[in-house]
Every structure is written in C-alpha cells, then in structure tokens.
Design a protein around this ligand. Structure first.
Ligand SMILES: [Ca+2]
Ligand SMILES: [Ca+2]
Ligand SMILES: [Ca+2]
Ligand SMILES: [Ca+2]
Length: 456
C-alpha cells in the first residue's frame, strides 16, 4: 500500500536545497542510467479516470495502474473522465517534480517518454489521497512484460456500428434527499486476507443461477484483487456474512478481471481478463478457485473496454458488454464460449454515468444495466430486452463516501441486490432490493487495505 505521506505538502519543503544542484544531480543520474531510444520504442496507453464497471472506485482509476516498459518507450495517458491529473511523486522528491499534466478534461492526452530505468510512481492530485488513485511506470531492460497473449490490437475491428441511438435523457434522476436509512455502520469482523480454507464441497450439479458463485453453494461470493501483488482471493459469503476464503490465480501484469461468468458451461464461473494496452481478452477457466484452463477471447478495438458479462440474448452463453470511453456507446458481443459469434449496439450511456452491474432487476429473464453516477451518487436501472432498452427507473442514491460496486442476489429472494463500498472505512454493505426499490440493508465484510472488490 502506498503511503499517503507522499501527498503531504510538507515534502516540498524537504527540497530546500539549491535547485540547480538538484538538477545537476538528476541530470548526472539520468545520464548514468539513460538508454538511447531504441528503434523498437513503443507507446503504451493508460486511461485516466476509467468508469470501469464494478471496480471499487469507478471513476478514480488509472487503467492499467501498473505498466512495465523499456527505456525509450512512451506512455500516453488519455482522460476518460475529466478532473484528474497525472502527477509524479517519489520519496524525497516534491510532487510533480518529474512531470505533472495538470488538471485535464475528458478526451485530453498527456505523453511522456521514459529513457531511464527505474520505478516511477504517480497519482492524481485530487484523488490520490482520498481514493488511492495511483499508478506506476516500471522501466526495465530485457524482455518486456510477457503479456500472455500477444494478441495485437486490431485496427478497424468489425465492430457493430452502433446506429444513431439517441442519447436518452436519463440524467433527470432527482437526487433524493438522504432519506432514512442511515448508512449501516460496518459491524465488527474486519477479516484479514483469505486463509487457505479448504473448499466447501458443493454438489456439482446443474449450472449456477447465481453469477460469481464460485463454490456453488447458491450464494454470490466476493472476488478480491490486489493491484500490487496481482493476487486474487475469493471470499465465500452466506448472504452478507463472510464464512471462508480461498486464493484464486494471480493475474499477469497489465491484465485485470473485466467480468466473471461460466463460459465453458461446466457450472463454475470463469474470469474474463482484459489487457487495456493490447486490447486483448482471455478466458481463464476456473473450477471454484483453481485455474484449469485458458483460451483467447476476441480483441477489442481502441477506446472500447469490457464493462461486464451477462447472457443478453439468452442462448445460455455469457456475452461481453463493451463500452466506448469516448462516444459512451455500448455494444454487446454475443459469445459462444471464447468465440465471438455476433454483435448488436446497446443504448448509449448519458455523460457521467457508468454501468456498475448487470442483473435482471424486473425479472423478465433479460439482464438489465445498473447505472451509477459517481459524482451524484445516483443510480438508475435501464431495462433491456437483449440489446434494446425498453424502460428505465430511478434507484436509491448512495450517501457520499460510498461507491456502488455491483449487483447480485445475496439473500436469494430472486431480486438482485446492490453492493456498496465505503472508501473511507473500507466497509461493504448490501442493499436488498425489490427491482429498483431498496427494502433493507445489512453490513458485509470489510476489505483489507490494498484489496479491491471486483464488481458483480
Ligand atoms: Ca458461493
Ligand atoms: Ca448469450
Ligand atoms: Ca430484466
Ligand atoms: Ca435479493
């Protein structure tokens, strides 16, 4: 976990030495470790303020947060949402001493070439301290990060051209004044990282009806990810109570879990991995927490990212939901296991909103979009029939400091529920829903520092 000391302004005063002397020192150091820019210099893309679905901080992320490159390579940051900076820091160095993009708006870019070997942490000035919006560039010699698939990003993918779906004027969600329900104070049991509890045997019959039920006991589980160690951990829940845990596979650097669903039809949910730099996807087949196989999925064109997986066309196979960071369009890629067999445009999202989850809220058998506005705390449900939006309803507004992470049916009453995360206390809370209405709430387990909850 990165120390927030770096964000204290007092650091700047530690450099009360002659600035030219420091410049000389830095110049010398750079010349010692500097490398000529090789002919094969590459550009690595990082998205700023990704409204990624289901991550703990929907809009407060660099994606990927860690990039490993060679001397001479470039890193290009692109702002998916505004109000963020890309600002360097390091121990003993003042904030922004190496680089500082300043506050930028959606669509802006910032590029920097790294000629020296080293590790270069950076953060977003407004959101580093509050929300751990930090990133790292590692410049190494030798072989670059062995991305497991070398799926090159295709230029011009046969993307379904999202026909001129007019942006719905959905944003009219009037924020309810914080009604009743004070946020449930997180009860006791802050539990540490998963102990290697033996897997609870669950009779492997039939396909799971609950997304993210790794041990197939009928209850959705929490999938945790540690961006520093790249480890994953599954917390088995009984409704809102954490009863056991297991280690899942570690992710390769540069990859993140973009969704969880059963792709090969063996009854166990699998990881969908995405690499934002190469645009590649992969399926990691799991049996509970053990990885038993892997396959390449389709590659994504630039600006598109996987924000969730669900079976939109009800053919029994989970599909990709893609989101365009620039146009705010959505597209569904129909999958047959790891192969793409078709596609359709979904509705465009209103500005400021992201898809925080996919679940069938109105019980018509089709998964719906759970929309979340990280700035206002507003929620909305967009009812879909396959890829067509057939209705919308306002959901409850989250109190500040809380973030919507996803939806799943925790109390098994047939209605998907909201999962909330408290950015300050790291507590989680389940809001039990009846369609778009909140009917009750209960505290879930508290996340250990350094871990984030992958959305449902
Ligand atoms: Ca379970
Ligand atoms: Ca499907
Ligand atoms: Ca539905
Ligand atoms: Ca429920």
């Amino acid at each position: 976990m990165k120390s927030l000391e770096f964000f204290k302004p007092t650091l700047a005063t530690t450099l009360a030495i002659d600035s030219w002397r420091l410049v000389l020192l830095l110049a010398t150091a750079a010349s010692l470790v500097g490398y000529p820019k090789p002919a094969s210099a590459a550009t690595f893309n990082v998205t700023v303020g990704v409204p990624t679905v289901g991550r703990v901080m929907p809009a407060f992320k660099f994606k990927p947060s860690s990039v490993t490159i060679h001397p001479g390579d470039q890193v290009k940051w692109t702002w998916a949402t505004g109000g963020h900076t890309v600002t360097s820091y390091s121990s003993g160095m003042p904030i922004g001493s190496k680089w500082d993009s300043g506050l930028r708006n959606q669509g802006a870019t910032f590029t920097r070439t790294f000629n020296s070997v080293g590790t270069f942490p950076y953060y977003c000035t407004p959101h580093g301290g509050c929300c751990n919006m930090v990133g790292t560039i590692r410049v190494v010699t030798g072989t670059p990060t062995p991305t497991p698939t070398s799926t090159p990003r295709p230029t011009s993918t046969p993307m379904v051209t999202p026909t001129g779906t007019p942006r719905p004027t959905a944003t009219a969600t009037p924020r309810p004044t914080a009604t009743a329900t004070p946020r449930p104070t997180a009860t006791a049991t802050p539990r540490p990282t998963a102990s290697a509890t033996p897997r609870p045997t669950a009779s492997p019959t039939g396909t799971p009806t609950v997304a993210k039920d790794f041990n197939r006991d009928g209850y959705p589980d929490y999938l945790l990810f540690n961006p520093s160690s790249l480890a994953t951990v599954i917390w088995y829940l009984n409704n809102n109570v954490h009863v056991a845990g297991d280690h899942g596979p570690n992710l390769p650097a540069g990859w993140n879990v973009a969704g969880v669903a059963d792709f090969n039809g063996d009854g166990y949910p699998d990881y969908v991995l995405e690499n934002a730099n190469v645009g590649g996807t992969r399926i990691w087949y799991l049996r509970n927490n053990d990885r038993i196989g892997t396959a390449s999925g389709p590659s994504l064109p630039g600006q598109w990212t996987v924000v969730g997986v669900a079976d939109f066309n009800r053919d029994g196979n989970p599909d990709y939901l893609l989101f365009n960071l620039s146009s705010l369009a959505t597209v569904i890629w129909y999958m047959d296991n790891n192969g793409r067999i078709g596609g359709n445009p979904g509705p465009d999202l209103p500005s400021g909103w992201g898809v925080a989850g996919l679940a069938d809220f109105n019980g018509d058998g089709y998964p719906d979009y759970l929309l979340y506005n990280a700035n206002t705390g507003g929620t909305r449900i967009w009812y879909l029939r396959n890829n067509d939006r057939i209705g919308a309803a306002s959901g409850p507004t989250l109190p500040s400091v809380w973030t919507l992470v996803g939806a799943a049916d925790f109390n098994r009453d047939g209605h998907p529920d909201f999962v909330l995360f408290n950015r300050t206390t790291r507590a989680t809370v389940i809001w039990y829903m009846n369609n778009n209405l909140r009917v009750a709430g209960a505290p879930g387990p508290t996340l250990p520092t350094g871990w984030e909850l992958i959305g449902h």
